[in-house]
Design a protein around this ligand. Structure first.
Ligand SMILES: NC(=O)c1ccc[n+]([C@@H]2O[C@H](COP(=O)([O-])OP(=O)(O)OC[C@H]3O[C@@H](n4cnc5c(N)ncnc54)[C@H](O)[C@@H]3O)[C@@H](O)[C@H]2O)c1
Length: 255
């Protein structure tokens, strides 16, 4: 059976953990060649090992700090050289920070914007010329926090950065269309990953009631998000651009 991403070259950020690792391994199973990166070395080595063990063509670069514009540019150039181009740029990596607005140091705010929003700009601006050649796709990971308030953990800078990612996706859809480039966002609700698992047992009452209200009755898993990304990155979604696909078990339809 043919894979849904057969022959496509996918650059995926943050493949050392969570949804990034899941994306790398699933994209390989769907026939893509994958080049990833992460700021952490140990996680990425494991993802590359798992991918190769399963017979996939995958390479990974680490440590790469994508909040540094020059480092992001170098990774995209190095990654594009591995298999000869870019068909899919999957901006998954982020490092969110949380805290009440009146206790938020300016440096922490700037860090959040740099590590959740600026890094998407840095990789995309460099990959654009390759995407123009391939008529490729940008898949950006947003968040439900990017379009609404969230009751648990003060998410001011996280939500602001993800709102930026979602709007940037719309702008990229418009700028990209004349070049046959599509741009899409996937916005997860609460997903259990190494970054969030602690909340399942230790979240406060606001968190627990938020999870209890999810209509489909459970928190998300990385594959829930990655399945949406596979569809949007594939040619099945050839006439879909600029969307923000919410993957949250229905949590946000409750208002
Ligand atoms: N888990 C959730 O509930 C949830 C909900 C909404 C959105 N998201 C978003 O989904 C994406 C993946 O989240 P996750 O839960 O898998 O997180 P994670 O922390 O498990 O994985 C993120 C990876 O990105 C890497 N990374 C972070 N900053 C980086 C940088 N500056 N340069 C290079 N690599 C960097 C990390 O080292 C890590 O391996 C993120 O964009 C996150 O904001 C997650």
């Amino acid at each position: 059976m043919a894979g849904r991403l057969d022959g496509k070259i996918a650059l995926i950020t943050g493949i050392g953990s969570g949804m990034g690792r899941e994306a790398a391994l699933r994209f390989l199973r769907e026939g893509a060649k994958v080049v990833g990166c992460d700021i952490k070395e140990e996680g990425i080595a494991e993802t590359v090992r798992l991918g190769r063990e399963a017979g996939g063509e995958i390479d990974g670069f680490a440590p790469v700090n994508l909040s540094d514009a020059a480092a992001a540019e170098k990774w995209v150039e190095d990654a594009a050289a591995v298999f000869g181009g870019v068909d899919i740029l999957y901006n998954n990596a982020s490092h969110p920070v949380f805290g009440p607005i009146d206790e938020m140091p300016v440096e922490t705010w700037d860090y959040g914007i740099a590590n959740e929003l600026n890094l998407v700009f840095y990789t995309t601006r460099t990959a654009w010329k390759y995407l123009k050649r391939s008529g490729g796709v940008v898949v950006n990971i947003g968040s439900i926090a990017g379009t609404r308030g969230v009751e648990f953990m003060p998410q001011n800078v996280h939500g602001t950065a993800k709102a930026g990612v979602i709007n940037l996706t719309q702008q990229l859809a418009v700028e990209g269309a004349p070049h046959k480039i599509r741009a899409v966002a996937v916005s997860p609700g609460f997903i259990v990953t190494p970054a969030t698992a602690w909340l399942v047992d230790n979240g406060d009452d606001a968190f627990k009631s938020n999870i209890a209200r999810i209509p489909l009755g459970r928190p998300g898993a990385p594959e829930d998000v990655v399945s949406a990304a596979v569809f949007l990155a594939s040619d099945e979604a050839a006439w879909i651009t600029g969307v923000n696909l919410v993957v949250d078990g229905g949590g946000t339809v409750l208002g």
